[in-house]
Write a protein that binds this ligand. Structure first.
Ligand code: NAD
Length: 264
């Protein structure tokens, strides 16, 4: 039987109990990587998600609770994962939150939370993971930024600032590690069909008095030229690609997965 491409590699995906993070975890597990799932909660359902990966893909998987707004918890996540699985060679920084308000009304605590979870956690986990990757002699850091890491929308000042920051950080890390067989890249999705986005569709249909197809096309995907959402599987497969040998020379790059959003 041929070996799965990522077998023997251990991956942490932050914020991976739902949506894109869980999609990435499943595609990495499908490619043979052992998986650490993470969120800030610690419920039976969280641990059951890891058990499901073991069952579906025959890899090692566990759930570790850690709040990505807390620098100590970010480092502890990497430490605990290493204790349980061995060196972490794939780090996917995915945890993220959103808040929408005009700048002059933007609550300071929301700004601070977005900066902590969407940007600073990327620094804290990366800092903690690099020594293990260097020892292992191979590493892949993939940061989930956004089309809002390359462009802006009104009322999303904190999110846009944090996601631009993630891309800058990604590039600096890539340069520092360029000769160490460790790559650092960012993935920049526009709208991805996650349960959260799916849940907004009925409400938008009501507000705009439109059918499902029209509200998706005219309202939700008005800036997405293909008029199609990306799927979490597509984002997961791009992360798997960035972990492959074919991507060894891709580093310091924001990769848009946005149906043409940033080409406009
Ligand atoms: P989601 O809300 O479905 O998932 C976010 C995950 O992060 C969840 O597992 C949640 O529990 C976890 N999380 C939240 N706060 C946390 C914290 N303090 N500590 C640890 N985990 C925490 O969101 P999603 O849509 O899957 O988004 C995932 C990432 O992709 C985010 O960084 C988001 O900005 C980015 N993104 C999403 C879209 C989209 O259309 N959904 C587009 C571009 C970028």
């Amino acid at each position: 039987m041929s070996q799965s491409p990522l077998s023997g590699k251990n991956a942490i995906i932050t914020g991976s109990t739902s949506g894109i993070g869980l999609g990435i975890a499943r595609q990495l597990a499908k490619a043979g990587a052992n998986i650490v799932l993470n969120s800030f909660t610690d419920s039976a359902d969280d641990h059951a998600l890891a058990d499901q990966l073991i069952k579906d893909f025959g890899v090692k998987a566990l759930y570790i609770s850690a709040d990505m707004s807390n620098p100590v918890a970010c480092a502890a996540l990497v430490e605990k994962a290493t204790e349980q699985l061995g060196p972490i060679s794939i780090l996917v920084n995915n945890a993220g939150i959103q808040f929408v308000a005009p700048v002059d009304e933007f609550p300071t605590e929301k700004w601070d939370a977005i900066m902590a979870i969407n940007l600073s956690s990327v620094f804290h986990t990366t800092k903690a993971a690099i020594p293990g990757m260097k020892k292992f002699g191979w590493g892949r850091i993939v940061n989930i930024s956004s089309a809002h890491g390359l462009t802006a929308s009104p009322f999303k000042s904190a999110y846009v600032a944090a996601k631009h920051g993630v891309i800058g950080f990604t590039k600096a890390v890539a340069l520092e590690l360029a000769e160490q067989n460790i790559t650092s890249n960012a993935v920049c999705p526009a709208y991805v069909l996650t349960p959260l986005v799916e849940a907004q569709i009925p409400e938008q249909m009501k507000v705009h008095n439109m059918d499902r197809e029209t509200v998706i096309r005219e309202v939700m995907l008005s800036r997405q030229p293909t008029k199609e959402f990306s799927t979490v599987e597509q984002i997961g497969d791009i992360v798997v690609f960035l972990c492959s040998d074919a991507a060894a020379q891709i580093t310091g790059t924001p990769i848009s997965v946005d149906g043409g959003w940033t080409a406009l």
